[in-house]
Design a protein around this ligand. Structure first.
Ligand code: 9MG
Length: 268
């Protein structure tokens, strides 16, 4: 029986690839819009809400910890006050890991796999579960010329090495999640090879997070740059769940949750 969980995405950024600026009015955060969106995500079946203040779309500049904190912390506080759900902080910054934990975040989603100086120590300190994601290079240049001799073996080896670093630092085994990092320094061919190998990531015994929602690989697969990416996102979410993904990170919670509900009744 597939019991995949759904992580709904809240980007408090002016420039994310599919929803940048959605939660800003001018330069102010639209708290009402965020509360309404999270409410509908939870009603639709989201299990976790992931809040980030830095876009990691290809070409994005990195955003300093203070600026991320000014976007993310008030949102986490407001969500904590209004909802009883698991809140995840999407950051690589040690200070924000600590501050987010202190206002109620209970999951760390770090697309840089706790490699920034001090990030691993901060994660150990706050004693929260962590998601380790693979990324080749940084968002600014990661899609310039991604290169691997064997993408699946290299991504898997990286994640296992980061997992070892976490274990050695004192993060318990049952608090470690891994994520192949679709679209993070990967061509379409790399993404497809990784997707076909999700079972190899699952076979490590660590829960696997898959984030393909609205990503470029969908319009590349459909050979249409202006393609609306909803259908492709939902199809890939179902395929990832079938292959054993534990958490799907998605923008379109309602549509994904319905598709997973059908999958659970047909394919068990
Ligand atoms: C923040 N973020 C953007 N894409 C992501 C992905 O594929 N996985 C995870 N864990 N986080 C992501």
């Amino acid at each position: 029986m597939c019991n995949t969980q759904i992580m709904g995405v809240i980007n408090v950024t002016p420039d994310s690839f599919s929803d940048g600026g959605r939660f800003f009015r001018g330069d102010r955060i639209d708290f009402d819009g965020i509360l309404r969106t999270v409410d509908s995500m939870l009603v639709a079946g989201a299990d976790i809400i992931d809040v980030g203040g830095e876009s990691t779309r290809p070409g994005a500049d990195s955003v300093g910890g203070d600026q991320q904190a000014s976007r993310v912390l008030p949102v986490l506080e407001s969500l904590k006050t209004n909802f009883d759900t698991i809140l995840s902080v999407d950051t690589s910054c040690p200070q924000l890991i600590r501050e987010a934990a202190s206002v109620g975040a209970s999951f760390i989603n770090d697309v840089r796999a706790l490699q920034r100086p001090g990030a691993l120590e901060a994660a150990v300190e706050v004693e929260l579960p962590v998601c380790l994601t693979h990324m080749q290079n940084q968002p600014k240049s990661m899609q310039d010329a991604p290169f691997y001799l064997d993408v699946v073996t290299e991504v898997l080896a990286f994640l296992l090495e980061r997992k070892d670093a976490c274990l050695a630092a004192g993060i318990p085994r049952d608090k470690i999640y891994i994520d192949p990092g679709f679209g993070f320094g990967k061509t379409l061919e790399h993404n497809v090879m990784l997707f076909r190998a999700i079972d190899r990531f699952v076979a490590t015994g660590f829960p696997v997070i898959v984030g393909v929602s609205r990503k470029r690989m969908i319009s590349e697969l459909l050979q249409n740059p202006s393609e609306h990416r909803l259908i492709g996102s939902v199809v890939l979410a179902v395929l990832a769940a079938q292959r054993g993904a534990s958490i799907l990170r998605v923008h379109d919670v309602d549509e994904t949750a319905k598709a997973i509900k059908i999958l659970q009744q047909i394919d068990f």
